[in-house]
Design a protein around this ligand. Structure first.
Ligand code: PLP
Length: 405
């Protein structure tokens, strides 16, 4: 029955993880997976997460393995919503008030939020296509194709000078998009290029969405990693949310990277409506709940309980934001160290504005893997979090050697 299935390419990131694990070379470096490693090259839970887990275990809450509601844990959802839409952080509990325009559901992390959102829009907005950046997170293509909405690409990366191709992006969208199309935008820390629009550019993108009646879908997987400040990093989302005249839009939110909860799958999908009548909101929530029920029934509760506990407490929130600062500043300093070392070595190439997109060719990436045990994606995307003060010179020297060939 299944002997003539189409062949499917293995997911590159997860395939690289496997190859890295079986490489026992002492100098091996993992720049493939988007996971944060400390300067000792270790992945470990955030301190604040460990603290909350300890107190959760001590409490012996007898309901700790119960199902949460289909739509998700209310308290988690309101904390998650505030983190994205509130202009201040931490938001004191007494100042939190639900925005009647937003309907939120809990999802299986950011991937689940992208999928629930795509499925919901495919069923109820029925877009002709979804516009995604070229390049984008590979899973965006997989997710939208799986719900029958073809992705089309808008230019994003200017290879010749490693910058954002903003005019190319706007030109294509201006000429080729049509009312009712969806458009996927990375809220911050664009994966894989690491290049984000400026605020002026975001304003122009929002104007274009409004004028051309495109449906904005903001993917928010790295809040806090671009600037170190979660509020600054959600500026674009808030701009769309507050746009006048009001625009309908949605946000897929992940806690994998920002809370280091990769395997716990904590996430949320937020849909911003224009019609806030109780009837419409109930119906939207009912439809989302039905979709979730048929796919995974309810989301997991462990990671979301940790996130909620942190975000509901001002002091834990402050601890989290300090750790987030630490992670993002370590990444920034490693990016700079790599850049400086490449320049010092006189490595040929355009290293300006070098974020996670190195501009290395697939052949160069292959040599880095085979000869130097350095793992990054064939596109040249390097996860800078895999660099540390012990391996950055080694990586720069290897890139230099590969480039010089
Ligand atoms: N969106 C983007 C752009 C990503 O890079 C990722 C993870 O790499 C995700 C969403 C979702 O990640 P997760 O499902 O682990 O939350």
């Amino acid at each position: 029955l299944f002997s003539s299935l189409p062949e499917v390419e293995k997911d590159e990131v997860f395939a690289l993880i496997g190859q890295f694990r079986s490489d026992k070379h002492p100098d091996r470096v993992n720049l493939g997976v988007g996971v944060y490693f400390s300067d000792e090259g270790k992945s470990r839970p955030l301190e604040v997460v460990g603290k909350v887990e300890k107190s959760m275990h001590e409490q012996h809450d007898v309901t700790r393995h119960d199902y949460i509601p289909i739509e998700g844990d209310d308290r988690f959802l309101s904390a998650a919503r505030d983190l994205v839409f509130s202009p201040s952080f931490p938001t004191p509990l007494k100042e939190q008030k639900a925005d009647p325009r937003i309907v939120s559901v809990q999802t299986i992390s950011g991937t689940g939020a992208n999928h629930v959102g795509a499925r919901f829009l495919a069923d109820h907005l029925k877009p002709r296509c979804v516009w995604v950046s070229d390049p984008t997170w590979a899973n965006h293509h997989v997710i939208w194709e799986s719900v029958g909405v073809p992705p089309r690409t808008y230019p994003y990366y200017n290879k010749s000078n490693c910058t954002l191709d903003f005019s190319g992006m706007m030109d294509v969208l201006e000429r080729e998009s049509q009312p009712g199309d969806a458009i996927l935008l990375h809220a911050c820390a664009h994966n894989p290029t690491g290049l984000d629009p400026t605020r002026e550019q975001w304003i122009a993108i929002a104007d274009l969405c409004h004028r051309k009646r495109l449906f904005p879908f903001l993917d928010n997987a790295y809040q806090g990693f671009a600037s170190g400040d979660p509020v600054q990093d959600s500026w674009a989302i808030r701009y769309f949310h507050q746009y006048q005249p009001p625009m309908e839009m949605c946000v897929a939110q992940s806690f994998s990277k920002s809370f280091g909860l990769y395997g716990q799958r904590a996430g949320a999908f937020h849909l911003v409506l224009n019609d806030t009548s109780a009837n419409t909101k109930d119906n939207v929530l009912g439809n989302l709940a039905q979709l979730i029920r048929g796919e995974y029934s309810v989301a997991p509760r462990y990671g979301s309980t940790i996130v909620r506990t942190i975000l509901e407490s001002e002091s834990l929130s402050n601890e989290w934001s300090a750790e987030l600062q630490l992670m993002s500043s370590r990444i920034r300093s490693m990016r700079l160290a790599l850049y400086e070392e490449l320049c010092r070595l006189g490595t040929p190439g355009s290293w300006i504005g070098m974020f996670s997109y190195t501009g290395l060719t697939p052949a160069e990436v292959e040599v880095l893997k085979k000869q130097y045990h350095i793992y990054l994606l064939a596109s040249g995307r390097a996860s800078i979090a895999g660099l540390n003060s012990h391996n950055v010179k080694y990586v720069a020297a290897a890139i230099s050697a590969v480039r010089a060939k």
